[in-house]
Design a protein around this ligand. Structure first.
Ligand SMILES: [Zn+2]
Length: 356
């Protein structure tokens, strides 16, 4: 680290005029100071845990020394984010302007599993709101089961698809453009939180949108499980990377309690049902940083690919993909047929859902 320290000391942080400084504690661990602080606990000392993104482009990633939250060293501002999504995101990460049939068939399958997970936590008459609703596949499951639904999605092609093809009420909006408080009983936040520069602020706002007794289904990539080979874990679009303990800490800081963890420890995605608590007070795992470090260092590239779990998952994924491709046109047409002219009559829609 000594050689690296020199280069870090002399390296101005991009675009903000800030400089990073290397410090070492009594255990000899090196940390850097970032004056903006951790977006969860506010601490300003971090350890560098990555210098590259999954494509081999420079991306400095750090872990907070206090709570263990992993994030970009430089959290982009609104203008930088806008440029990234306009100029880089779609070409670098296979983004689509409008959802392909393949995406819809895949998302529909996943959405059905999510709905089944949440079913025990739903009550008759619940009003459901999805933030970052994409093409509307998740929200549509709730609508088909008879719940009142609304969603927002910043991508115009996706929100239009949700409205026109799935007949699902998704508006082209961001969370900042949503007014009101205590409007909804259930919120869905699926693969959105990791993209946000201020996750604590966003979750706090979603807490305000929920009524007392409200519930939130949240899903993010699971940094604590081996979801990618070492060196391919970090993603420019994922500003924050969550573990079960950092997500639980974020929930506590924003007035939520963990009602249920749906995912298993080894699952690539972390899925939880959070319920509205009585107060907001940050409670983080004091060992969070060490647990995060240990999860990140668990595998070498060779050991990652040789795990029986990796081989089994890949085989299962390939089999699923072959099945989806084989049946894709038929499945896609069937999804559109189910959604065509749908109403929220629970009995009729339940039978349609089961037939899908
Ligand atoms: Zn922190």
């Amino acid at each position: 680290m000594a050689d690296d320290s020199k280069s870090i000391l002399s390296m101005p942080v991009r675009s903000r005029g800030e400089r990073v400084t290397v410090l070492a504690d009594s255990l000899g661990r090196d940390s850097i100071v970032i004056s903006q602080g951790c977006r969860l606990c506010g601490f300003t000392r971090f350890e560098i845990v990555g210098e590259w993104d999954r494509h081999g482009d420079p991306l400095r990633t750090v872990a907070c020394w206090r709570c263990g939250l992993v994030s970009h060293a430089q959290i982009p501002n609104a203008e930088e984010l806008r440029k990234f999504y306009e100029q880089e995101y779609r070409s670098a990460y296979n983004g689509e302007e409008v959802p392909s049939p393949k995406r819809i068939v895949r998302e529909w399958d996943r959405a059905r599993h999510r709905f089944e997970s949440m079913r025990p936590y739903l009550r008759d008459g619940d009003r459901v709101f999805e933030i970052g609703a994409g093409a509307g596949c998740n929200l549509k499951q709730f609508q088909l089961a008879g719940y009142r639904v609304e969603g927002i999605e910043p991508g115009p092609g996706f929100s239009q698809f949700a409205r026109e093809q799935l007949h699902c009420p998704v508006e082209c909006k961001t969370l900042e453009q949503v007014g009101g408080t205590g409007e909804y009983d259930v919120a869905l936040l699926i693969h959105v939180l990791e993209h946000l520069p201020e996750p604590r602020q966003a979750l706090g706002r979603i807490r305000q949108l929920l009524r007392p007794g409200g519930r939130l289904y949240v899903e993010v990539p699971n940094l604590a499980a081996p979801h990618a080979a070492p060196g391919k874990m970090f993603h420019k679009a994922h500003i924050h990377n969550f573990t079960p303990w950092s997500l639980a800490a974020l929930a506590s800081a924003t007035g939520f309690e963990v009602a249920k963890v749906f995912s298993r420890e080894r699952d690539r995605n972390l899925a939880m049902c959070l319920s509205c608590g009585s107060s907001a007070r940050l409670q983080y795992d004091p060992d969070g940083y060490f647990r995060t470090k240990s999860a990140l260092e668990r595998y070498s590239t060779l050991r990652y690919h040789c795990r029986p779990q990796y081989v089994a998952t890949r085989v299962s994924e390939v089999a699923q993909e072959v099945r989806r491709r084989w049946q894709m046109q038929k499945s896609y047409a069937e999804i559109l047929r189910i959604c065509q002219g749908t109403t929220c009559n629970p009995v009729r829609c339940e039978s349609l859902r089961a037939a899908a």
